[in-house]
Write a protein that binds this ligand. Structure first.
Ligand code: DAK
Length: 258
C-alpha cells in the first residue's frame, strides 16, 4: 500500500512513524487510519521499538477529522469508530514497545492514539484533551476505557465532561505523560529511551508487555498466575541463557531475540 499520510524512518532497530496531514494538524481521517492499520500489520522483527509522532511543530494529532465525521449517520459512525479502535488496539498489542513522542496538540483521537502507546513523552507546548462532548459525541477510539485506567476515574471524567485541554506540566502531574522536554529535545529523548530498550532482551520485553497489558484486566490471582506462566517462558529462550551467562562472566550480553 502506498502511504500518503505516513512518513517512515528506520534507524537500526528503531522505527519512527510520523503522521502527516499538515492542513488539518494531522487529524485522523479514514485514509490515515487505513494506512496506520496496514503499517502496523506489516511491521516485522526488524523493528524492535516504534516511536510515533506528528508532523510539524504544532500538533501530534488534533483528533479525528471533524470534516469527515460531520456527515456520518449511525452505522457509519459505528464503522468509523470500529476502524479507529481496531487500529489503536493493534498498536497497543504490538509485541514491541511503542513510544508516543507528543509534539503539540493531542486532542480527541490524538490523545487516544497516544494512550494506545506504551509510553508517552511530550514537548512543553503539548496539550492533551478529550473535547468530543463539545461536538456532540463521546470519545470513540477507546478513550473512555484507557483514560480512567491511566489517570483514574475522577480526573478522566473531569477531562471528558468538561472537554478542557490540559498543558504538558499538568499531564505530567497526573501521570498521563512520563516526561516533558523542550520541543527540540523531544525526538532525541525518545531515541535515547528507545536505545536503552534495544540493549535488552526483545522476547523478555515482549513478555513483560503482555504480562502488564493482560494482567491489568485480571484479578490479583489471575494476574500473578499469568506473570508466573510468562516468567517460565523466558527460561525457554536463548536470550535468558545469554543474559545470565553474560552476567556471570562479567561481559556484555548480545541478545538475538530468540
Ligand atoms: N478535524 C479536521 N480539521 C481540523 C481538526 C480536526 N480535528 N483540527 C484542526 N483542523 C483544521 C482546522 O479546521 C484548520 O483548517 P483550515 O481552517 O485552515 O482549513 C486547520 O486544521 C488549522 O486549525 P486552526 O486554524 O483551528 O488552528 P488553531 O491553532 O487556531 O487551533 C486547535 C488548533 C487544535 C486548538 C483547533 O484546530 C481545534 O480545536 N481543533 C479541533 C480539535 C478537536 O476538537 N479534536 C477532537 C476531534 S473529535 C468516533 C470515533 C472517534 C472519535 C469520535 C467518534 N466514533 C465512534 C465514530 C474521535 C473524535 C475526535 O477526535
Amino acid at each position: 500500500m502506498e502511504y500518503n499520510y505516513l512518513k517512515i524512518e528506520h534507524k537500526g532497530g528503531i522505527t519512527i512513524l510520523t503522521i502527516s496531514a499538515p492542513k488539518t494538524l494531522n487529524a485522523l481521517n479514514s485514509g490515515i487510519l487505513k494506512e496506520l492499520g496496514d503499517f502496523v500489520g506489516k511491521l516485522d522483527a526488524s523493528t524492535r521499538v516504534l516511536i510515533i509522532t506528528g508532523d510539524g511543530e504544532k500538533s501530534f494529532v488534533a483528533g479525528a477529522d471533524i470534516s469527515e465525521m460531520a456527515h456520518l449517520n449511525e452505522p457509519q459512525g459505528v464503522e468509523f469508530g470500529r476502524l479507529g479502535a481496531q487500529v489503536f488496539r493493534a498498536i497497543e498489542t504490538l509485541p514491541i514497545p511503542v513510544i508516543a513522542a507528543v509534539n503539540g496538540y493531542a486532542l480527541g483521537g490524538g490523545c487516544e492514539l497516544a494512550m494506545a502507546c506504551d509510553i508517552r513523552i511530550c514537548s512543553n507546548n503539548a496539550k492533551f484533551g478529550q473535547p468530543e462532548v463539545g461536538l456532540g459525541i463521546i470519545p470513540g477510539f477507546s478513550g473512555t476505557y484507557r483514560l480512567p485506567k491511566l489517570i483514574g476515574q475522577g480526573y478522566a471524567k473531569e477531562m471528558i465532561y468538561t472537554g478542557k485541554a490540559i498543558r504538558a506540566d499538568e499531564a505530567l502531574r497526573i501521570g498521563l505523560v512520563n516526561a516533558v522536554y523542550a520541543p527540540e529535545e523531544l525526538m532525541g529523548k525518545a531515541m535515547e529511551m528507545a536505545e536503552m530498550m534495544l540493549k535488552n532482551a526483545p522476547v523478555a520485553i515482549s513478555l513483560a508487555k503482555q504480562s502488564i497489558n493482560e494482567g491489568y484486566d485480571l484479578d490479583a490471582d489471575g494476574a500473578i498466575g499469568l506473570e508466573n506462566k510468562l516468567f517460565g517462558k523466558c527460561f525457554a529462550t536463548a536470550d535468558q541463557k545469554e543474559g545470565m551467562d553474560a552476567f556471570l562472566n562479567k561481559r556484555e550480553a548480545t541478545f538475538k531475540g530468540e
